[in-house]
Design a protein. Structure first.
Length: 327
């Protein structure tokens, strides 16, 4: 696919959102110097740019190119605008429900149900993989549709971040229009420090996107490593971990659970989904995926692992794939 007027709309739209995200991040850094993770926000902005640039290259169905661009750049924003207008009619208060939520937030760990809380948090991260499998089961292996749904999801979740952080612009914030039930549900999904950062779903999907350059089963493998393996590591760490690392607060049980999950998920994806690789080749991919997860967790990258893990998995598994093709 080449760049043209239609698919360039998505590129321009995503680059604009990346710039907007960068502006929000700078303002949040000024307001919450200790809480806001500026490095992760900058990395997320770069991923917005990359996603916009590679969209025309990845999209391979010219028949529905215009439909895809309209959905991503027009339909989803109009749906968001409609929800805001509806809330404006029913919510006359000028008090920001999100700002009140930040002030009154109580860490869920105080409920002494850490494991259940962590399962709720990590299950939210599986949304991208669930959507991919639904598309495959109902329609088939349609990369163009997966791309459209994925980019529309990025815009949707990204818009929520822009709205909830809109209080950074004095007298122009609309964060009080976020439905209160939705704001309250955040207490089940985030830690306090995550109140000052984008939803993890946005950088996670953005981080997975470059893996679409790989064969489909390896793209699935990267998606599973980035979502399921991270969840397994976190749950195993809370359930069985005793000693936390002084570098990143993670436990040996968490490392081991994540590495084993990565190995099994990658080898299963390689052998069972569109099987074109033999067992030895799949074994190499599995070791590459497990190594990527281990390196993503054991090294303190100064950037959120929801960005690091999918990118490392893409690079590691992608290198193994190129090695096999070269041999």
């Amino acid at each position: 696919m080449v760049y043209n007027l239609v698919n360039s709309l998505v590129s321009i739209f995503f680059i604009f959102n990346g710039l907007l995200h960068l502006n929000y991040s700078y303002r949040l850094k000024q307001l919450f110097k200790k809480e806001h993770d500026f490095k992760t926000s900058v990395a997320t902005s770069i991923l917005w740019f990359v996603a916009g640039i590679i969209y025309p290259v990845l999209y391979n169905n010219s028949a529905y190119e215009l439909v895809s661009s309209i959905i991503i750049t027009l339909v989803v924003p109009l749906i968001i605008l409609f929800v805001l207008l509806t809330q404006r009619k029913s919510n006359k208060s000028s008090i920001s429900s999100y700002q009140m939520f930040i002030s009154n937030y109580v860490e869920s760990k105080k409920n002494l149900r850490i494991l259940k809380w962590d399962v709720n948090r990590k299950s939210f991260h599986t949304i991208p993989v669930v959507l991919i499998f639904l598309i495959v089961l109902l329609i088939g292996r349609d990369i163009s549709l997966i791309l459209t749904v994925g980019y529309a999801g990025i815009v949707l979740f990204g818009a929520f971040d822009f709205i909830r952080f809109s209080f950074v612009y004095k007298n122009r914030g609309v964060n009080h229009l976020i439905p209160k039930p939705f704001v309250n549900s955040l207490s089940k999904l985030v830690k306090r420090k995550e109140l000052f950062e984008p939803l993890k779903t946005v950088p996670l999907i953005l981080g997975i996107t470059p893996a679409l350059f790989l064969p489909f089963n390896l793209f699935i493998a990267v998606s599973l490593v980035a979502t399921i393996s991270d969840g397994v590591a976190s749950v195993m760490g809370h359930a069985f971990g005793k000693r936390k690392s002084s570098r990143n607060g993670k436990t040996g049980s968490g490392y081991l659970g994540g590495v084993i999950a990565s190995f099994l998920l990658v080898i299963a994806s390689s052998l069972l989904i569109s099987p074109v690789f033999n067992f030895n080749q799949s074994l190499l991919f599995a070791f590459a995926g497990a190594f990527a997860f281990f390196m993503g967790d054991v090294i303190n990258w100064q950037i959120d692992d929801n960005i690091v893990n999918p990118l490392l998995a893409t690079l590691s598994i992608g290198f193994a794939y190129r090695l096999i093709m070269f041999i």
